[in-house]
Design a protein around this ligand. Structure first.
Ligand SMILES: *Cc1c(COP(=O)(O)O)cnc(C)c1O
Length: 225
């Protein structure tokens, strides 16, 4: 894919978000686009930064450490979101590099963050990941525990929890999962909802997403590892 392609794909995704939002009486500006750049090298990402985009998502701390310090230095205002599962022993590295961590998915990690945030100057905003499909192989707290867990993280551990995030099961229609996440976010009295990927970000935008995470609709298909 050439530079022009990724930049025009970005524009097309923005237009599709705007249309979907409008169809649900929402404002395009209320849906923030996180461009998921995992697996892509810095030179593929740079044209999107040069075109003015500033919000990106990566799923692995180590991979992000290899490309983002230079890109962030070159493009001030860049906001990097961690969207992949985080091992506790990488939490400190994640806090140092990422601006938002979307995958707070268990008590142990929350306690580690609680300790680190108490002394850290950097305090990335956090989403609690919810396993809406209750899939055993997927991270996230169960829908039944999500509200209590988010409030415990916020009120007891004083963590900056800003919303809930979910990745619905690949083989199910996403809308019921998006509706459930919307309901839980409302119950937890949190402002942001991260849901929707290349295949379903328009449905997510209609159902209340404030953050959609889109990779392949912009960069094309990733090579499988
Ligand atoms: C890879 C990934 C995405 C982007 O997926 P696409 O289908 O390429 O848009 C979004 N969210 C998470 C958590 C991911 O791991």
């Amino acid at each position: 894919m050439t530079e022009t392609d990724t930049v025009s794909n970005l524009q097309a995704v923005h237009e599709r978000i705007a249309k979907a939002a409008a169809s649900a009486d929402r404002m395009a500006a209320d849906v923030s686009l996180t461009v998921v750049s995992k697996t892509w090298p810095a030179e593929t990402i740079r044209p999107l930064l040069a075109a003015g985009h500033r919000i990106f998502g990566e799923n692995r701390v180590q991979e992000a450490q290899g490309k983002w310090p230079d890109l962030k230095a070159a493009f001030p205002g860049t906001q990097l979101h961690l969207i992949g599962s985080l091992q506790s022993n990488k939490a400190e590295d994640a806090i140092a590099l990422f601006d938002v961590i979307e995958t707070l998915d268990r008590e142990k990690l929350a306690k580690v963050f609680g300790k680190l945030y108490a002394t850290s100057e950097r305090r990335p905003d956090l989403f609690v990941q919810v396993n809406t499909g209750e899939e055993p192989q997927k991270g996230g707290v169960s829908p039944q525990q999500a509200v209590d867990f988010a409030q415990w993280c916020r009120d007891e551990l004083t963590l900056p929890i800003i919303g809930l995030m979910a990745i619905p099961p690949a083989e199910e229609p996403p809308a019921p999962h998006f509706a459930l996440l919307h309901k839980l976010t409302h119950e937890a009295e949190l402002p942001r909802i991260s849901m929707g990927m290349s295949g379903d970000f328009e449905i997510a935008a209609q159902l209340g997403a404030t953050d959609v995470r889109v990779g392949s609709a912009i960069f094309g298909p990733r090579n499988s590892p």
